[in-house]
Design a binder for this molecule. Sequence first.
Ligand code: FAD
Length: 374
Amino acid sequence: MTAFRLARSGVRVLLVDKAAFPRVKVCGSCLNARALRELKNAGLGHLTVIEKALRLETFTWMRGGRRLRIPLSAEVGLSRERLDQRLVLEACSAGAEFWDNASATVETAEAGAIFPRKSSSTDGCIRVHVQTPQKNFVLETEMAVIAGGLQGGILKNVPENIRVEKNSYLGAGTLLHNGTAAYPAGTLFMATASQGYCGLVRLEDGRLNMAAAFSAQALSHEKRIPAVIAGILREAGADIPEGLEHAAWKGTPKLSRYCRNPAGRRYFALGDAAGYIEPFTGEGIYWALAQARLLTDLMKPHAFRWHESLADEWKKIHSAFLCQETRTCRAVTPLLRSSFWSAQTFALFERFPRLAAWTARRLNGAVRFIDGSA
Ligand SMILES: Cc1cc2nc3c(=O)[nH]c(=O)nc-3n(C[C@H](O)[C@H](O)[C@H](O)COP(=O)(O)OP(=O)(O)OC[C@H]3O[C@@H](n4cnc5c(N)ncnc54)[C@H](O)[C@@H]3O)c2cc1C
């Protein structure tokens, strides 16, 4: 999205991704109302229609053998292969150049800041090392935007930049070709249990997307990801989809993390690369899309040229954004981890379905939407 927005503003952009595209990504693959609004405001509202995203009508919470159905209002499911590939195509149509299979490392000036240099040939640019199967390159560019997700390691000489929360859950996901008829299209199913949770959603091509977050203890106890997921589903009283055991599961590092320095001389980090909180509320895509907007808006008055004030300004904007936008997610996560509070919330929502529906709309960012004011 950042590449798209910058290229559309006339900036010369090279977008590199270390994966071969289209690529699979561990994700619940649900776009909430805020994410859809970001796409629309960027002029990409047609994207979910072209890619045949499925509208999600219901959120079904499965817990301790019981089920609670909560209506959804403005959420869609779309595979990350299609969503991300389409974003890349839009960036290229706007003028960006794209290399996939290209792994990047950014050489920051921060190490130099310890022994400040008076001037050097790299003062007017930042170096990016790009490794492709054919050749390695060292590119010198005016600015670099780091959007490498949870994998980290992109900033070459700032090793301590990410602080991972000790008790953070791990993530994992897979795509099943059949699964089971128990998970029809149009519903976002969420199984919650003592050691984690798992979301299941039917995608535009009929595959069942499974994405889970669970404790490191659960993994060390069960040894294998499918066993952990089966345990979560069993405890929640949810059907275990066919093929779960032998599916290709992809894991993530610990999820909740904080970035000490989301910007420095000539570089900016955003999206998961600049901090993340567990995915229960399914907002990460929105956070990443919104940060792309905020960063390009910040660069605009400087005609998209580097300016010494930009790094500090981005740190402030980024921190204010996270503080405001991740508040609900930070409040809900501990609630879900406690069996007592999770049971209380379930019972409350069972008793007051309108409260449940309002909460879902609020989490989804659809309250304003529904009121017709957005
Ligand atoms: C289990 C789970 C479920 C989730 N469910 C949802 C959901 O339903 N809805 C939602 O909105 N969010 C969800 N999220 C969060 C969402 O997936 C992320 O927040 C979002 O994808 C962040 O986007 P990003 O662009 O920052 O990173 P990513 O989407 O991870 O993209 C990073 C890209 O950088 C590339 N890369 C990495 N290192 C390098 C390198 N050195 N050089 C070049 N390229 C590199 C990767 O190949 C990747 O393509 C979920 C997350 C998890 C873990």
